[in-house]
Write a protein that binds this ligand. Structure first.
Ligand SMILES: [Mg+2]
Length: 301
């Protein structure tokens, strides 16, 4: 069974949620109204040999990634971190010193991004290291940006670079794009109509924006910002880039190209177009060929 099928089953009951739930499952974070305020929440897991490899990654790197991939989901909503909670199921032979090192890495990373670790739970079992991190966030004056809301004619933009996130260790060292997201979402002219962080790969995550926005997308090979000589196939399919992918008004950007926010390049890579029968993602290759990418991208195990 695939992750998408499992998640779809959860989304089917979205219609039965209480009115206080303002963002239902299916976005980067859920949101619930509390009195006149809104709290956003997300949870993610990190499993040895699935998302990280304890044979080659340090505990510092693993603890950091457990927190930063959640912070990337906060960035995808243009929200502001509030706090984090962590659980760990540790292998029986893990030991106290390594456990302390791992939790210190999570705590220090969370503190660095003003998202204090305020609680959690530890247990010991016969399986591999299994971490979960829950984060809470607040809109803090900026309406959260959802995956829905993309419009035909929008330009599609991406921060930073794409591809080769494993061989370059980018998946361990990336900076969650919290400040950039808030900087572009704060002003009506540049505010994204829809946004997601790239975890599953550009093709698949752009597909999620298209499905939720009921649009299709066309991107151009020549415009892809490839990391360290990544091929276009790696740029669209590798995943774990943790960059922001969004669609916004063409007038805000002007002629296609690259713009710069807080020192990070943002590249226009394509456009939202009308869907024919169902949302699709197409790439125009430099040789003039057009390829449907709807089935490409890397899926978490
Ligand atoms: Mg996400």
């Amino acid at each position: 069974m695939r992750e998408f099928d499992l998640l779809n089953h959860i989304y089917q009951s979205n219609g039965k949620l209480p009115d206080a739930v303002t963002i239902a499952p299916g976005d980067d974070m859920g949101a619930i109204r509390i009195d006149d305020d809104t709290v956003l929440a997300a949870v993610d897991q990190l499993i040895d040999q699935v998302h990280v490899d304890l044979k080659s990654h340090s505990l510092q790197q693993v603890g950091r990634k457990a927190v930063t991939r959640n912070l990337s989901d906060i960035a995808a909503m243009a929200a502001k971190p509030l706090c984090a909670l962590a659980t760990a199921a540790l292998p029986r032979d893990f030991g106290k010193a390594r456990s302390d090192e791992l939790f210190a890495a999570m705590r220090d990373t969370a503190a660095q991004y003003q998202c204090p670790l305020i609680g959690g739970d530890v247990s010991i079992w016969d399986g591999p290291l299994h971490l979960t991190v829950t984060v809470l966030a607040t809109p803090a004056g900026i309406e959260p940006v959802k995956r829905s809301g993309g419009k035909v004619g929008d330009v599609i933009c991406v921060t930073g670079q794409l591809g080769k996130s494993y061989p370059t260790d980018h998946h361990l060292n990336f900076e969650p794009r919290l400040e950039i997201a808030r900087a572009i979402a704060e002003y009506p002219a540049t505010r994204p109509h829809c946004m997601i962080d790239i975890s599953d790969g550009l093709a698949r995550d752009l597909g999620h924006l298209c499905e939720m926005s009921n649009t299709s997308a066309v991107i151009e090979q020549s415009k892809l910002p490839c990391r360290n000589g990544a091929t276009w196939q790696q740029a669209v399919g590798d995943g774990e880039d943790y960059e922001l992918l969004f669609a916004t008004d063409h007038a805000a950007i002007g002629s296609p190209g690259t713009w710069d926010v807080l020192g990070v390049p943002i590249t226009v890579i394509g456009r939202m177009i009308a869907s024919e029968d169902k949302p699709s993602v197409t790439i125009k290759l430099e040789n003039g060929q057009q390829l449907d990418l709807s089935n490409r991208g890397w899926e978490h195990q």
